[in-house]
Design a protein around this ligand. Structure first.
Ligand code: PLP
Length: 379
């Protein structure tokens, strides 16, 4: 254990506290922020919002991008855009951050939890297909109905865990057969590609987060991406209070949301995006060091799955069992090295205890063993 702590301190070249993931501001952040302040456009209107949307869309290869206040609101709106409501169910993984399921609950829809794959830590296409074949039927309107609840399964939200792409092409093709729309929770995977295509661009809608702990940050922020013009237009409308453009009248044609990203945050985003390639390169350098070290220690280090290029946003190791995991967490955190276990399975939280799920065998296996270790870009 001491060897691991010493190695991490040496790698980050400090004896001070080492956070799990800190943002790095290396470029034009202050310049663009000053520009916002000088121009007075600090809030919901301004050139950086458009620029950030255009540049992000072009980087990920999506036709449209709509900047919003955070990844959670992006997920919420994505689900609303697909008409997810209290008559629906949405499939997702139990091994995810709570925002994924909270967004489903904001739409008053029910969650169905499916296991993750041992290879990717993301939604398992095999388990998804097994569930759909066994527990659903297609009604005469072509909707996928859950036999247990009689509700329509409207959407599926797979997540690219820690930036490692799941087998998203298989998930999309299964969902197509069952007429289920896919929203990719790519909150953690900006810079991650699957079969040379950027994560977040496989499903109907993709969602990113630029929270302070992500690979690039806008302070707080999110993005909705899609190739569908109508979805993009409606996303903009819904996230900007559903206001009809008019020179002076306040006319809102539905209940909209104030989910827009302020210009100040977008200015940070434009600057951060300019350094994304450098961040990705540095992450891989760290991955290489960690993988060599943990190989010698006989500790399993999480590598990118087959056919995937991960952003290695959060580096992770897999310990032998819960006891070893807890000892590792205790020793590292006691010694100024921040480490965190993977999330508690969402179906074990009080709010989601009554949701339907499959066996979640792999999710439970990971829950007991996975720990994130310091992952910041080292300059
Ligand atoms: C998987 C996942 N989904 C959604 C979110 C929500 O993003 P935000 O914090 O920007 O609301 C996060 C991260 O924070 C996340 O990790």
């Amino acid at each position: 254990m001491n060897k691991t702590i010493d190695f991490i301190k040496e790698t980050f070249n400090t004896q001070e506290f080492i956070p799990l993931h800190e943002p790095k501001f290396l470029g034009n952040e202050k310049k663009y922020l000053n520009d916002c302040i000088d121009s007075t456009y600090v809030s919901s209107v301004g050139k950086y919002v458009d620029e950030f949307e255009d540049k992000l869309a072009s980087y990920v290869g999506a036709k449209y991008a709509v900047a919003v206040s955070n990844g959670t609101s992006a997920l919420h709106i994505a689900l609303k855009l697909l008409d997810v409501d209290d008559k629906c169910e949405v499939i997702t993984q139990a091994l995810s951050f709570v925002a994924t399921v909270n967004a489903i609950s904001y739409c008053n829809a029910k969650v169905v939890f499916i296991d993750v794959s041992k290879r990717t830590m993301g939604l398992s296409p095999k388990k998804l297909l097994r569930f759909l074949e066994k527990h659903t039927f297609m009604n005469k309107n072509g909707e996928c109905i859950n036999k247990t609840s009689n509700k329509v399964i409207k959407a599926c939200v797979p997540m690219h865990t820690f930036g490692h792409p799941c087998e998203i092409d298989k998930i999309v093709s299964i969902c197509e057969k069952f007429n289920i729309a896919v929203i990719e929770d790519a909150a953690e995977s900006l810079g991650s590609f699957y079969k040379n295509k950027h994560t977040g661009t496989f499903g109907k809608i993709g969602v990113f987060s630029f929270n302070g702990n992500k690979i690039i940050t806008t302070g707080g922020g999110g993005m909705i991406v899609s190739d569908d013009e109508n979805i993009a237009k409606r996303a903009k409308h819904l996230t900007t209070t559903a206001k009809i453009p008019h020179k002076w009248e306040y006319i809102h044609d539905e209940i909209g949301f104030n989910y827009r990203m302020p210009n100040l945050n977008a200015a940070l985003g434009v600057s951060q995006l300019e350094n994304l390639k450098r961040f990705l390169y540095k992450k891989r350098e760290l991955t290489f060091k960690y993988s060599q070290f943990f190989k010698n220690e006989s500790i399993k280090f999480v590598q990118e799955p087959k056919d995937a290029k991960s952003n290695y946003w959060l580096q992770a190791i897999i310990l032998k069992n819960k006891k070893q995991r807890d000892e590792f967490l205790e020793a590292t955190n006691e010694n100024g090295v921040m480490t965190r276990p993977i999330w508690k399975l969402l179906n074990s939280l009080d709010m989601y205890r009554n949701c339907q799920s499959d066996s979640l065998k792999n999710s439970k296996w990971f829950e007991k063993r996975v720990v994130n270790i310091p992952s910041s870009v080292i300059i």
